[in-house]
Design a protein around this ligand. Structure first.
Ligand code: PMP
Length: 448
């Protein structure tokens, strides 16, 4: 089956086996081989695969209507999902706009910010500051906010080149500052940049509260989050949290923003929101922003499939399942178990230089030297090799090589939020086996 000719292409040719079925945290290929979905696909399958209760609810909606255009009808799935989303979100975020994916969500957040600024007589605000490295999507608008050189390069003449500040990669910072001071130091980069750009021209700042693919579950010091909020308020800059990966419970709260008690002006969500049962995303904003835009003639933006009842019925069923199974609480608990296990890897593998994350969004990073945090030699292709060795052993993890766009192999471990403690140990046993195989293959020492 796997050798059948393919007319399809993605980023590259696809050598993977055919997927047969999913069950909980596991996926099976057509040869019957079982894989632990240790990255929930691309941090998507938060409630696990083939949840029968969710499928039954989607099927019930399918039997009624799969599509009703939002300008022709209101639908219960979309209204109910919006209400449920608002109920699960901190106060002050009470208007929802649906989309079908993460890039669409980020584009929508920025465009809402822009239209709001116009209603406030601030039409000169258009610059959106983001961080480097970062990932915010691959459509041209979202790509312009993305700090990841290989993706940007071919398209750079087609983009404006929105301003970037450094992401708070404090694990690489060798200054003698306390955690708190480090957080403030990186937050000040935003203030400096706003001043440099001219505060009256800056519309918004967009950030991933916990980094995703580009930075590998990067968490800033606590002091960073509050200071960034203050700086945005000081200059009337809107704060957009890209929670496409972190949202819908992945970090142990519904929104990662809740860990720091931050209310962003706009939140972008996707991935775990549809949890792989439907292409779905949303932006959530306060009425304070949305109502003036609606009063001024409406949001000049929207996608055909936005808010379709089928995707929304899936999203609603996913959120109900998360509540009934207390999956957000489980993500927090299992995140602690997983993090403790990952930390033990540092005792065994000297080439692991950092372990980080929040809830079930965790990562470890390879280094050549823990003192200098020099990355492993890129020629080893570690980011690719470890993934392949784990895959061969029935474990899927997600990797990237980025550090300021240069090198630094990191691996995301982000299993479905339904994972049990025994399954965390099962995952870790395969991961250790793959790390041993990697060390042997490239001749790196193991043990202390
Ligand atoms: N923002 C973040 C933080 C993401 O992780 C992603 C996807 N990796 C996106 C935006 C873009 O989402 P999509 O691929 O669904 O367009």
């Amino acid at each position: 089956m796997t050798s059948a000719p393919s007319y399809l292409f993605y980023q590259s040719r696809n050598p993977r086996p055919f997927l047969d079925r999913g069950e909980g945290i596991y996926l099976f290929d057509e040869d019957g081989k079982r894989y632990i979905d240790g990255s929930s696909g691309a941090m998507v399958s938060n409630i696990g695969h083939s949840n029968q209760r969710v499928l039954a609810k989607i099927k019930a909606q399918m039997d009624k209507a799969t599509f009703g255009y939002r300008l022709h009808f209101r639908t219960h799935p979309s209204e109910d999902l919006a209400a449920k989303t608002v109920a699960m979100t901190p106060d002050g975020l009470d208007r929802v706009f649906f989309v079908s994916g993460g890039s669409e969500a980020v584009e929508s957040a920025v465009k809402l910010a822009r239209q709001y600024a116009i209603t406030q007589g601030q039409g000169e605000r258009y610059k959106v500051i983001s961080r480097f490295p970062s990932y915010h999507g691959c459509t041209l608008g979202a790509l312009d906010l993305t700090g990841y050189a290989p993706l940007r390069e071919p398209f750079s003449p087609m983009m404006r080149g929105m301003p970037k500040i450094g992401a708070p990669a404090t694990y690489l910072d060798r200054s003698n500052l306390s955690e708190e001071q480090l957080g403030l130091k990186y937050a000040e980069l935003l203030r400096d940049r706003i001043l440099e750009e001219g505060p009256q021209s800056v519309l918004a700042f967009v950030m991933e509260p916990v980094g995703g693919a580009s930075t590998g579950a990067l968490v800033a010091p606590d002091s960073y989050y509050g200071r960034v909020r203050e700086i945005c308020d000081e200059f009337g800059v809107l704060l957009i949290y890209d929670e496409v990966m972190t949202g819908a419970g992945r970090t142990g709260k519904f929104l990662a923003a809740e860990h720091w008690g931050i209310t962003p002006d706009i939140v972008a969500m996707s991935k775990g929101f549809g949890a792989g049962y439907a292409p779905l995303g949303a932006i959530i904003a306060g009425a304070r922003l949305v109502e003036p835009v609606l009063d001024a003639g409406g949001f000049q933006h929207g996608f055909t499939y936005a808010g379709n009842p089928l995707a929304c019925s899936a999203g609603l069923a996913v959120l109900e399942e998360m509540e009934e199974q207390k999956l957000i609480e489980n993500a927090a608990r299992m995140g602690d178990v997983l993090m403790a296990e990952l930390q033990t890897l540092m005792d065994q593998y000297p080439f692991i230089g950092d372990v980080r994350g929040k809830g079930l969004l965790t990562a470890f990073e390879f280094v050549a030297d823990r003192t200098t945090m020099e990355p492993l030699n890129p020629k080893l292709n570690a980011y690719d090799r470890l993934v392949e060795l784990a895959y061969a052993r029935g474990l899927i993890i997600y990797s990237r090589r980025t550090r300021g766009g240069t090198a630094g192999d990191h691996f995301l471990v982000a299993p479905p939020l339904i994972i049990t403690e025994d399954q965390v140990h099962e995952l870790m046993a395969i991961l250790r086996d793959a790390l041993d195989a990697f060390a042997a293959e490239v001749g790196l020492p193991v043990g202390c």
